[in-house]
Design a binder for this molecule. Structure first.
Ligand code: FES
Length: 84
């Protein structure tokens, strides 16, 4: 099973919009559910979509207007797809 690639935009615009909360929420989620073998979490550069940030990219799909809860919901959808 391939890992789910999650990139969090670390650009300054996304950063100013609570990016830090998203990073810690996702990292906590991965740690608590023991998912480090299934999810690869990393930071990325500005994607030029600052006006609709914060941004995360999951398996090359861009998601905008991210909150910690929304980020976790998206990851859960990918995980459930992989489980089926
Ligand atoms: S800073 Fe995140 S898209 Fe530009």
């Amino acid at each position: 099973m391939s890992k789910i690639e999650v990139t969090i935009c670390l650009g300054s615009s996304c950063f100013s919009r609570k990016k830090r909360d998203i990073v810690s929420a996702l990292q906590d989620y991965i740690d608590q559910k023991n998912l480090s073998n299934r999810i690869n979490l990393k930071g990325g550069h500005c994607l030029g979509k600052c006006s609709v940030g914060p941004i995360i990219v999951v398996n090359e799909q861009i998601y905008t207007g991210i909150t910690p809860a929304k980020a976790i919901r998206i990851i859960e959808e990918y995980l459930s797809t992989q489980n089926n």
